[in-house]
Write a protein of this length. Structure first.
Length: 207
């Protein structure tokens, strides 16, 4: 749904520009009108989202992929594309410690069901991180989803300037910050550039 005509109409009715908190409230109302149940819940309760929605989950799955699926259906770990080594990744972008408590690395193999279960568990954890970092800052479901995807990929929600701009309700500046996080191993990666554009679009209500 195009939002600018809605915002312009409300500006004309009010006879002024928007206060920072009003932008998030109108965004939530538009998301609710578009059929996002979580946005409706947040709008009616006055609370911010705490769990990622379908749009955010779909974005993460699109860019993470469940790579290295073997002919026998098992999934293998693969090296970081920027470093050619650590951190090794498996399934839907899982890194760090594996199912058996050992580090994910060369030779790590999971079933598809294990990959899916790990994603579900990780999304809860990353959503908790984002909710904690944002505190009570007005946040639409679309913004929250974009920030969870960003954090899932970078682990940087607590330290990113992007978060500071969002909490200050400077959403235009926050959108521009996504593009800064497109490097791995010191190199700009096309895949990260595309992901940041998709996250920025979702954050801005265009995803």
């Amino acid at each position: 749904m195009k939002r600018e005509p809605i915002f312009q109409t409300v500006r004309n009715i009010l006879g002024r520009g928007f206060r920072p908190a009003e932008v998030a409230q109108i965004d939530a109302a538009v998301d609710c009108a578009s059929g996002e149940a979580a946005a409706c819940d947040a709008l009616h309760s006055g609370t911010v989202p705490t769990r990622i929605g379908p749009a955010g989950t779909a974005l993460i799955k699109e860019f993470e992929g469940c790579a290295r699926v073997r002919r026998d259906g098992l999934v293998e770990a693969y090296p970081d594309p920027g470093t050619g080594g650590d951190p090794w990744t498996i399934g839907w972008g899982a890194t760090g410690t594996g199912l058996n408590g050992q580090p994910i690395g060369p030779g790590t193999v999971w079933t598809q069901q294990q990959c899916d279960a790990r994603l579900e568990r990780d999304l809860l954890r990353y959503a908790d991180d984002v909710a904690r970092a944002l505190g009570s800052a007005p946040t639409t479901q679309a913004q929250f989803d974009a920030l969870v995807s960003f954090h899932y990929n970078t682990g940087a929600i607590a330290r990113a300037t992007l978060t500071r701009y969002h909490k200050a309700r400077d959403y235009a500046a926050a959108i521009k910050q996504f593009a800064r996080w497109n490097r791995a191993g010191g190199r700009v990666l096309k895949g990260l550039t595309r992901r940041r554009l998709a996250e920025a679009a979702l954050y801005g209500g265009r995803g």
